[in-house]
Design a protein around this ligand. Structure first.
Ligand code: SAM
Ligand code: SF4
Length: 430
């Protein structure tokens, strides 16, 4: 979501004649987009700001700005007290950036951190660097108020973009040569434009070009509708991949988290998805060490992971966030214990992913090539419909091509194989 937001910022500045550079030495304006979801994201930003602060001493004319979710919390400290940055701009005020940068050149510090009930930047064309896959934000904010989560406080109330603006952007992506788009929202199931819901939106975006792969994230388990499941299942260019964050395997913890579903509901939903979409990729998020989480609650999370057999999972140590309801609770699981629980879940998930991936050996899968393999210039890296990474030897293809690959081996993170035609030729030669 922050990548998508940075692209919106790029779009706003491009309209004013700015161009983008990745070279720090070339930049007249340096903007750092921040995330406040967990403490370690914040800690990293301090390191980065220290670096830019030193850089600013060498090139005093450079404007340094802090954007995003940390802006509201840190504006006093960073602008008024320590004067590390020239401007601080929250997620709903990016339109003010050009004026604030001009002001900074005059030596005036700028702060704009107000949240909006309507801003969705739908008229801004994001500045996307070349690639195969694009992010497309369809809504902003969140009204769910999970007790651990800072998003409703840093990004404000839920609001959707119009269908028309999203479809226009999808057409633009196809014209620019993108082959895949991921529709983004904190809870995409809340998307509305009049009577149109998220399932209707997905169907419309998929209709823009049948060669464009369409993905989405994130779906809240309480709100994922039958209509959405049917739409994903029945539309060929909507990828069969669902990221469905469960957070915990314990009903008691889920209730304390205000997640508003039970494990029984979650299991039934996962089963329904698997039944209607054979071969679907299913992934999740877990939080370890939420206040009062006992070894039994943690055991329930491990049992859930075993039961559902996720293809992948992101596991985070609980991080207390100011303003949230859980901030009032004692953060009573030690950091060491949180780490131990995270590792235990990760080890189990590693085994499950390995087993599921190895079951794919011998299968033929259609993949979209998204770049060179990180390990070898002789190989491509690609993604399956179910969002698994597949690596195979190059034989005249290009980035953005769809090819059929037969899987010959796998580890927990990657499938390895060769193109069906290449394998047939090798076998014939043998
Ligand atoms: N809106 C999405 C949802 O509800 O599924 C998730 C958005 S959040 C940016 C991504 C993940 O960060 C969450 O699913 C959760 O696992 C994790 N997360 C959020 N707040 C956290 C916190 N205070 N401590 C640890 N992990 C957190
Ligand atoms: Fe945060 Fe919950 Fe909203 Fe996700 S649904 S962004 S976890 S409040």
């Amino acid at each position: 979501m922050n990548v998508a937001d940075s692209e919106v910022v790029g779009g706003i500045l491009q309209r004013e004649g700015y161009t983008f550079t990745k070279e720090l030495g070339e930049a007249d304006v340096i903007l750092v987009n921040t995330c406040a979801i967990r403490d370690n994201a914040e800690v990293r930003i301090y390191g980065r700001l220290g670096l830019f602060g030193r850089y600013k001493k060498e090139r005093p004319g450079v404007v340094v700005g802090l954007l995003g979710c940390m802006a509201e919390r840190l504006r006093v400290q960073l602008v008024e007290e320590e004067r590390v940055v020239d401007l601080v701009v929250g997620p709903d005020e990016y339109r003010k950036l050009p004026a604030l940068i001009d002001q900074a050149y005059q030596g005036e510090k700028g702060i704009a951190v107000r949240l909006s009930r309507v801003e969705n930047y739908e008229d801004i064309v994001p500045l996307r660097l070349e690639g195969v896959s694009a992010w497309l934000s369809v809504m902003r904010g969140c009204d769910k108020f999970c007790t651990f989560c800072v998003v409703p406080f840093t990004r404000g109330r839920e609001r959707s973009r119009s269908l028309k603006s999203i479809i226009d952007e999808a057409h633009m992506l196809v014209d620019q040569g993108f082959k895949e788009v991921t529709l983004l929202g904190q809870n995409v199931n809340s998307y509305r434009d009049g009577d149109l819901d998220f399932a209707g939106l997905m169907r419309s975006v998929a209709g823009v070009d049948r060669n464009l792969r369409v993905r989405f994230t994130t779906s809240h388990p309480q709100d994922m509708s039958d209509r959405l499941i049917e739409t994903v299942a029945s539309t060929t260019n909507i990828c069969k991949y669902v990221h469905l964050p469960v957070q915990s395997g314990s009903n008691r913890i889920l209730e304390l988290m205000n997640r508003s579903y039970t494990i029984e509901h979650y299991l039934a939903l996962a089963e329904k998805i698997r039944k209607q979409m054979p071969g679907v990729g299913l992934s999740t998020d877990f939080i370890s060490g939420f206040p009062t989480e006992t070894p039994e609650d943690h055991g329930a999370t491990l049992a859930l992971a075993r039961n559902v057999q996720f293809d992948g999972a992101y596991t985070f140590k609980y991080s207390a966030r100011e303003n949230t309801k859980a901030w009032q609770m004692t953060d009573d699981v030690s950091d060491e214990e949180k780490g131990r629980r995270v590792n235990e879940i990760a080890t189990l998930q590693h085994e499950i992913s390995l087993e599921l991936n190895q079951k794919m050996v011998g299968a033929t899968v259609r993949v979209l090539i998204d770049g060179e393999s990180k390990k070898s210039a002789e190989e491509w890296s690609a993604r399956t419909d179910a969002n698994k990474v597949a690596v195979f030897p190059k034989s005249g293809e290009a980035v953005g091509d769809y090819v059929d690959v037969v899987i010959t081996r796998a580890n927990s993170a990657t499938l390895f194989g060769s193109r069906v035609e290449a394998k047939a030729a090798l076998e014939a030669a043998a």
